[in-house]
Design a protein around this ligand. Structure first.
Ligand code: SF4
Ligand code: SF4
Length: 108
């Protein structure tokens, strides 16, 4: 089980959640952040600090953002399990579901 970052993070990525994560498993993509499903320890510390409520426990992802579970998992297909986001830094790609979105932000 894991926590999942959903669409409200896109083009916001203020990184408030990163500072709360005790295992450094929140990775930065080009337009949003992604939680590593195998490295997340389900502590829940990140969820309440997100200013746009983008973070959900995987069973609680709202219906309209269900694709973001796969987006967070598939983002790591070619990255494996680096074991820490800070040493990896910004990763210049996004999952296709994110890359296809028009610029977000007017409604945040
Ligand atoms: S639930 Fe905990 S371990 Fe998982 S991403 Fe959030 S802060 Fe990190
Ligand atoms: S706190 Fe929320 S909006 Fe900010 S980077 Fe994390 S998931 Fe994205």
């Amino acid at each position: 089980m894991t926590y999942v970052i959903a669409q409200p993070c896109v083009d916001v990525l203020d990184k408030a959640c990163i500072e709360e994560c005790p295992v450094d498993c929140i990775y930065e993509g080009a337009r949003m952040l992604y939680i590593h499903p195998d490295e997340c320890v389900d502590c829940g510390a990140c969820e309440p600090v997100c200013p746009v409520e983008a973070i959900f426990y995987e069973d609680d992802v709202p219906e309209q953002w269900k694709d973001y579970y796969r987006a967070n998992v598939d983002f790591f297909d070619d990255l494996g399990s680096p074991g820490g986001a800070s040493k990896v830094g910004k990763i210049d790609k996004d999952h296709p579901v994110v890359a296809a979105l028009p610029p977000q932000g007017e409604d945040h």
